[in-house]
Design a protein around this ligand. Structure first.
Ligand code: NDP
Length: 772
């Protein structure tokens, strides 16, 4: 036997991690995973089992939280919140202590995570636990800095947090760390399959000096989660399936609860013909076989450039054959067990139902394991290219040109992450902004860090976790919102025209004045009952036309901030030239003397957003890799806006300024009671070089248009400042494409510039490792 033979026949010996301590930890605590409420273990019962999926052994009994128990936890969190919010620096100290104690208990946490989830100990030990600790350290720093860096922000209150089974400890950290740092208290529900590391975390909280009621953990299943959604919380933060995310969006609609959704994905992994193929193959091992593919941002759609596809698939298959699958506690194992037989069945059924392409599988042991699977030759529309499988299954297709790669990559209802593999940095950096996703990895995959935002667009949800951008989801601007009273439009019995000319304002769609589809209009009177003119009544067909116009104006989103700044200045100048006329119009419409002040405010707002248009910079995050993570601010897309009725001109300008400055296209519905100032504004837009379709203005009843706006699949966000009662319907109908919503729930307040900018942009995190 020569050296070569030895190398080729050598196998890995077993390197098992000892789970004795973790098992003893469970036994010492009575073998139950249950509620940690107000700093004590309470109502512990063995309602169902949590098992080690690799062996089927029962790890512990789990308590299923009832509505009353959830309410008790929320009440404890509510009571503890004001005091916790008071001293940011004290919070920082406690959070540092949590991080330290986690470091001290790192091995116990890793082993427990592996026992409960079936993930390889190598991953739990080297990825889940270190990233969790990093998250607490980083966010302890945010607590320390809150008073100086975010002086206008305050905590939301009590946050209900619901997490899935794929990264039980890491998701706990992503939820709890920012919430605590910003002065919120929490009630967290772990997934029913994986409650164990949350139990260790609760104990760490006690030892770190977290005051009772600040962190509460309620175990249970989906029903317990549903009870938490219904409970008296100020926010729900959810990570999990898109289906349950939709349900929660609907159930919280109109409640005033803040919501963040981190949902599923079908992330593309794009390999160009000049890529370093071996690295790209190794990257795929991480992209789709990390945690057995049970990862929301898994690179589960492989797009390979046609010329190298056969060679690439051959290399990939050889690598698949070398993957070691088995006992997750063995340190030499690459892929562990699937979390539960239910999930295994789901993966098995989805793959079995597929008849397209060619399937290649390497082996898997008996039990709750699924073999690494590659399915090549799929069409972009095939079910397995579109649906999230949440298992170790890679669906592959080919492309020819970069443009085609972008087209296929974006052909999905999701938008969480994407990987681009090429040695051509120009090509990679050209592609990154074109991919519709919250995260782009260049020559890398599955990189995550506490300093960098993580989250998606489209049906992958909204909100970011990590970084400064993640803190926005756990704060609100200081100051109280006032109740909004709808202004009543003036009426008249005689309707004598104030001006003998017929003045029927049309709609403004695609840069043109357009008659309403329904052919109806409504009279608008002044305070003394004189007719000021007619305003068109837009219907959903008009709205659809406006959406088409917005979509056709996509060029605006690619224009430079410099150009947008000039156009905003120009709008301001043109309004300024006609200030007196607009002021008089506003006075006539409202029967007040607010006109002059409102026009001045509008001009100032336009100049301010002109100034911001080329200054809302992104950031280069100092993540702990050799490289940077860019936080790039991108426009949200098409935004539908129901404007503030009380301010006929500012109601339009307030949201229009930031929205178009940041590159969005808008369709705004004018003040319902006083629509004619917004319709006069068409002429200003026409004379200010605003490209057609960037600003579209409709008039008509907000309540009629709101549901259509919220349900439209090509509107990316809906904002409502309306005094009509439309917040609930907007949130409920937004589930069609899970668009972002920003509604006022019948109140009004002055929003700081930072909120306008955050609402007008999506942060895309682009990871760029460097070095040879
Ligand atoms: P779910 O979305 O059902 O679970 C996520 C969390 O929500 C869990 O804590 C769950 O509780 C809880 N939950 C379930 N129903 C409700 C409800 N009605 N109201 C409030 N909370 C609820 O995911 P599953 O665990 O059922 O997995 C199903 C599929 O979801 C997977 O096959 C996968 O495709 C996808 N998934 C996606 C994840 C992601 O990060 N994108 C993560 C996990 C799953 P409990 O676990 O106790 O039922």
């Amino acid at each position: 036997m020569n050296v070569r033979d030895i190398f080729e026949t050598m196998d890995y010996g077993p390197a098992p991690e000892d789970a004795k301590d973790a098992r003893a930890w469970i036994e010492d605590r009575g073998g139950i995973a249950g509620h940690f409420i107000n700093g004590t273990w309470s109502d512990l019962r063995h309602d169902f089992d949590t098992k080690n999926p690799a062996t089927g052994e029962v790890l512990a009994g789990v308590t299923k939280g009832t509505d009353a128990e959830v309410a008790k936890a929320v009440a404890a969190a509510r009571k503890a919140q004001p005091k916790w919010a008071k001293d940011a620096k004290a919070r920082a100290k406690i959070m540092y202590a949590i991080a330290r104690l986690m470091q001290k208990n790192a091995r116990l946490l890793a082993v427990m995570e592996t026992l409960d989830t079936g993930k390889p100990i190598r991953e739990a030990r080297d990825i889940d636990v270190p990233l969790t600790i990093r998250h607490f350290y980083h966010h302890a720093g945010f607590a320390q800095l809150m008073d100086s860096a975010l002086p206008d922000a305050e905590a939301l209150g009590v946050c209900g947090q619901i997490i899935p089974w794929n990264f039980p400890l890491l998701m706990l950290a992503w939820k709890i760390a920012p919430a605590l740092a910003m002065g919120n208290t929490v009630v967290l529900k772990p997934a029913e399959y994986t409650p164990m590391t949350a139990m260790i975390f609760a104990e760490i909280c006690t030892n770190a000096g977290v005051p009772p009621g600040v962190v509460n953990i309620v175990t249970g299943d989906g029903e317990t989660g549903a009870a938490l959604v219904q409970a008296d919380v100020d926010k729900i933060a959810f990570t999990g399936s898109t289906a349950v995310g939709r349900l929660i969006r609907e159930e919280t609609a109109g409640s005033g609860k803040a919501l963040s959704l981190e949902l599923g994905g079908k992330s593309p992994y794009i390999v160009f013909d000049d890529a370093d193929m071996d690295s790209a193959v190794e990257g795929l091992v991480d992209a789709i076989w990390f945690n057995g593919g049970q990862v929301c941002c898994a690179g589960s759609r492989l797009l390979v450039q046609e010329g190298i596809a056969d060679r690439f698939y051959a290399k990939l298959k050889a690598r698949m054959d070398a993957l070691r699958m088995g006992d997750p506690l063995d340190k030499c194992i690459d892929i562990g067990a699937i979390v539960d037989p239910v999930q295994l069945q789901q993966i098995t059924d989805m793959v079995a139902a597929n008849t397209a392409g060619e399937t290649y599988q390497s082996g898997a042991p008996e039990g709750c394991f699924y073999p690494p699977t590659l399915i090549t030759g799929l069409a972009p529309s095939d079910t397995l290219m579109q649906e999230e499988i949440f298992g170790p299954v890679l669906a592959a297709t080919t492309f020819r040109t970069p443009a085609e790669a972008v087209g296929i990559a974006n052909n999905t209802r999701y938008g969480l992450a994407a990987s681009v593999w090429t040695e051509n940095v120009n090509l990679a950096l050209d592609l990154a902004p074109k991919l519709v996703s919250g995260i782009v990895w260049i020559n890398a995959t599955n990189l995550m860090d506490a300093a960098a935002g993580f989250g998606g667009v489209r049906e992958s949800g909204f909100g970011r976790e990590g970084g400064w951008e993640g803190l926005q989801g756990y704060t609100r601007p200081k100051g109280k919102a006032a109740k909004l009273t709808p202004p009543a439009a003036f009426t008249s019995d005689d309707g004598t025209p104030a001006d003998p000319l017929d003045r029927t304002a049309k709609l403004y769609i695609g840069g043109k004045q357009t008659r309403p589809d329904g052919g109806y209009s409504q009279p608008v009177f002044n305070k003394s009952g004189k007719l000021l003119g007619h305003a068109s009544i837009a219907n959903r067909k008009d709205l659809r036309n406006a959406v088409e116009a917005m979509s056709a104006a996509k060029g605006w989103s690619k224009s430079t901030g410099h150009l947008r700044a000039q156009i905003l200045y120009y709008i301001g100048e043109n309004l300024s030239a006609r200030a007196a006329e607009f002021a008089a119009r506003i006075n006539a419409l409202t029967g007040t003397k607010q006109g002059t002040a409102e026009v001045e405010a509008a001009i100032d707002t336009l100049f301010t957003w002109a100034a911001w248009a080329d200054k809302h910079d992104g950031a280069a995050k100092g993540v702990p890799i050799r490289g940077v993570a860019l936080a790039m601010n991108e426009p949200v897309g098409n935004i539908g806006i129901l404007t503030d009725d009380t301010r006929p001109l500012m109601g339009l300008i307030d949201p229009m300024g930031p929205a178009i400055a940041m590159g969005n296209r808008i369709t705004a519905v004018a003040s319902e009671a006083f629509p004619l100032a917004a319709t006069d504004f068409y002429q200003i837009l026409d004379t200010s070089d605003v490209p057609a379709g960037v600003v579209n203005i409709l008039t008509g009843p907000h309540a009629d248009l709101a549901p259509h706006m919220a349900a439209h699949g090509n509107i990316d966000a809906v904002w409502s400042f309306s005094s009509a009662d439309v917040s609930g319907v907007i949130e409920a109908k937004s589930i069609s494409n899970l668009k972002r919503t920003w509604v006022n729930n019948g109140t009004s307040r002055e929003w700081p510039s930072s909120t306008w900018r955050a609402q007008s942009t999506e942060v895309k995190t682009i990871w760029i490792p460097y070095g040879e």
